[in-house]
Design a protein around this ligand. Sequence first.
Ligand code: GUN
Length: 296
Amino acid sequence: MSAKIISGTETAKAIREELKTEVTELKEKYNVVPGLVTILVGDNPASQSYVAAKNKTAHALGIHSEQVTVPGDISEDDLLALVDKYNNDDKIHGILVQLPLPGHINEAKVLFAIDPDKDVDGFHPVNIGKMMLGEQCFLPCTPHGILELLQRSGVETSGAEVVVVGRSNIVGKPIANLMLQKRAGGNATVTLCHTRTRDMDFHTRRADILIVAAGVPKMIKGDQVKEGVVVIDVGVNRIGKSESGKAILAGDVDFDSVKEKAAAITPVPGGVGPMTITMLMKNTVQAARQSLDNKE
Ligand code: GUN
């Protein structure tokens, strides 16, 4: 068997068209332009390229976007003051502080300082708590993108054995939680594997849907999955540079061996990545809509 490719690029394109229409409607009906600020601390090249991609996408959808870059040695107090400035800026509906932050800054303190109504990353404890309870909230962008990819690809999740590899706050923990929620796109039986899991292969071979977010290039091989599995590869690992200086990317899944057994698989690049950025835009549009409700 050679797997069907689940294209994040194509799915993201369709969602972006829907968002463009929504942005136009917000402007025409309510004179509101969704606004996003991205805050980048320091000069990490990967973070620079992610933030640039986020701003470019926002611009293409008609979302007002501001990109703020501050030096890597900014004090925690100054960063908190910057966040607060945007908490109080009516043009800005979404605030994103790009992670990771330098070691001298308490990441949790900065994320908790973002107004939960502007937390388009979905990292604030208020939003994480609401997500766990199944309440309306901003969902973290990568897990949100995975849900959309599965749903729009027609993958049945109800009753499925879902195995997640990786327990990060950004991907592993929230996607495991979302997949078990009692609603469409959820209702799965979920296993969450991590670095201390005793027999990883035992779990990955049982998966109907395997979601890998471990940050280890090509970690999952064909002999670790069963025939017919649906594979979502969240990994974006820079494994080298092409002659033109462009980063060569690999996922956490060994695409060539796994695609021979899988029913469907996301590629890297062009899988989860474009979906993450698109869901950030979706959350920003949602934040702008909610700001109207709060004014009523
Ligand atoms: N760094 C890697 N992924 C993310 C993300 O989704 N949001 C933010 N803010 N930083 C990140």
